[in-house]
Design a protein around this ligand. Structure first.
Ligand code: NAD
Length: 489
């Protein structure tokens, strides 16, 4: 069993706490670790270490700071197998999905290596005779990330490399449900030889989060998780005068037009809806067929759902792992039942399943709900499981209106071979990430990870230039240097 510890001021610290959260492998049911539920004192120690490390770290040149990231990239690549296995064992997704997750994490390290270029300032000479105006970018100070369970490796990397390269110091709080991946990654952080206190990790739940939100030394906070928590984090951090961005939940629609390549659409939509067992904030959750698309798509997507191989993500050929835990499995199954109770049919039913050899695993098989009523609970509530709801309309106007009717705006996709339908969709749909013949429109690390409506609270996003903006504050300097002074020497 892995021992989960805090990492503060360059040292592993075993917290003395009375409460733990069990980390159970969602496929095998084996107890993998226990997360210590720390309190305010751990955050106090981490914030102090980060604040003390800040003055010297911000004075290290950006070129020198990114040298640590170059080293980090190769360490992450060399240890990709161990990190990916750890992700599978604590989070449930397949080994290939875990590796893909870490590829995006590494890509963010690569992009942040460009920060000497991305964070340079600007100057306008002679805005008046002898007067120059300069814009400098300086670090905001101590930054913190509060992470969700579904991407234990990738999500901290939307921020961590940018925080370090822009001269800030850092505290990360992983999800208490998946603390092991960051433990493995922090063993690599140790090898980087960073100055003590530049990067710290604290484990816990609400008390630790509140202590981060309230700590005067912490200047910027990034959060990813459910909308309820995101809203809370955003309010409390903003009230405390901190810079904050909070990614929330999602309920992503896909529209299938009659002119779509149905084979391609089915494969991609199935991968989106059932990949990572549907526990992905960019997973397609409901499909709206337009006109004649209905029957062909319904038949093909049902076949794709029913034939997906479900099991332990480290075994060959497994296409979908379990959901995070038994509580989640029960919640998802209850939502499917409620959908059926509200009039939906269930042509592919993933409830009440088990996988041979892994009987204590939290498996829910891919599920298709058909004839779902727009506006009903199953059609509007985030399920976060391998469930795809089907709806049908006659025109693209109705489909776009439906896609825009929900509270969330994380992603929307369209499958079509019509350029004008695609253009109209990308123009009119209220979502931060748009896929045209794409099922998971996950932005590369050099684009921001967007999100609209109740899927995002804040302004600047993670990744790329947005991260540089978020983790730096602008300082404007106006300088007068009269010509005659120069002549004195
Ligand atoms: P969650 O909100 O339960 O937890 C996220 C983090 O917040 C954890 O570290 C947890 O310890 C902490 N937390 C939970 N409740 C808290 C409270 N009351 N006060 C303070 N801190 C609290 O989310 P989750 O279940 O871990 O993750 C799944 C959710 O994350 C889904 O809704 C999913 O859509 C969303 N998500 C969104 C994105 C995005 O980019 N928009 C990406 C990944 C996941």
């Amino acid at each position: 069993m892995m021992k989960v510890m805090n990492y503060i001021n360059g040292e592993w610290i075993e917290p003395s706490v009375s409460e733990y959260v069990d980390v159970i492998n969602p496929a095998t049911g084996v107890l993998e670790a226990r997360t210590p539920i720390c309190g305010k004192d751990a955050v106090e120690a981490a914030a102090r270490a980060a604040a003390e490390a800040l003055p010297a770290w911000r004075r290290v040149s950006a070129q020198d700071r990114v040298q640590y990231l170059f080293k980090f990239k190769f360490l992450l690549e060399d240890n990709l197998d161990e990190i990916s296995r750890t992700i599978t064992n604590e989070c449930g997704k397949t080994y290939e999905e875990a590796k893909a997750e870490m590829r995006r994490a590494i890509e963010n390290v690569e992009v942040a290596c460009g920060i000497p270029m991305m964070s340079k300032g600007e100057i306008s000479e002679d805005i008046a005779p002898g007067i120059d105006e300069i814009m400098l970018r300086q670090p905001v100070g101590v930054c913190a990330t509060i992470a969700p369970f579904n991407f234990p490796g990738m999500i901290p990397f939307w921020y961590l490399p940018y925080v370090l390269a822009t001269g800030n110091t850092y505290i990360v709080k992983p999800s208490e449900r998946v603390p092991m991946t960051m433990m493995v990654i922090f063993r690599l952080v140790e090898k980087l030889g960073l100055p003590k206190g530049v990067i710290n990790m604290v484990h816990g739940t609400r008390e630790v989060v509140d202590a981060i939100l309230d700590h005067p030394a912490v200047r910027a906070i990034t959060f990813v998780g459910s909308t309820t928590t995101a809203r809370y984090i955003y309010r409390r951090a903003a009230e405390n005068g901190k810079r904050v961005q909070a990614q929330g939940g999602a309920k992503n629609p896909v529209i299938v037009m009659p002119d779509a390549d149905m084979e391609m659409a089915t494969k991609i939509i199935a991968d989106s809806a059932f990949g990572c067992a549907g526990q992905r904030c960019l997973a397609v959750s409901w499909a709206v067929t337009v006109g004649e698309a209905r029957n062909t798509f319904m038949e093909m997507i049902c076949d794709a759902a029913a034939s997906r191989k479900v099991g332990y993500g480290l075994e060959d050929g497994v296409q979908m792992g379990p959901v995070i835990n038994q509580v989640s499995k029960a919640r998802i199954e209850q939502m499917i039942s409620a959908g059926v109770g509200a009039g939906a049919s269930v042509p592919v039913d993933g409830r009440g399943t088990s996988v041979k050899g892994y009987e204590s695993g939290a498996f829910v098989r891919p599920t298709i709900l058909a004839d779902v009523r727009p506006g009903s609970e199953i059609a509007t509530t985030e399920i976060f499981g391998p469930v795809l709801s089907l709806m049908h309309v006659s025109t693209i106007d109705e489909a776009i209106a439906l896609a825009n009717s929900g509270q969330y705006g994380n992603q929307a996709s369209l499958f079509t071979s019509s350029g004008s339908a695609a253009r109209r969709f990308r123009y009119e749909v209220d979502a931060g990430n748009i896929g045209i013949n794409i099922g998971v429109a996950a932005p590369m690390a050099f684009f921001p990870f967007s999100g609209w409506k109740d899927s995002f609270f804040g302004d600047m996003h993670g990744q790329g230039m947005d991260a540089v903006e978020f983790f730096t504050q602008k300082k404007i300097v106006v300088e007068r240097w009269p010509k005659e002074w120069a002549r004195k020497f």
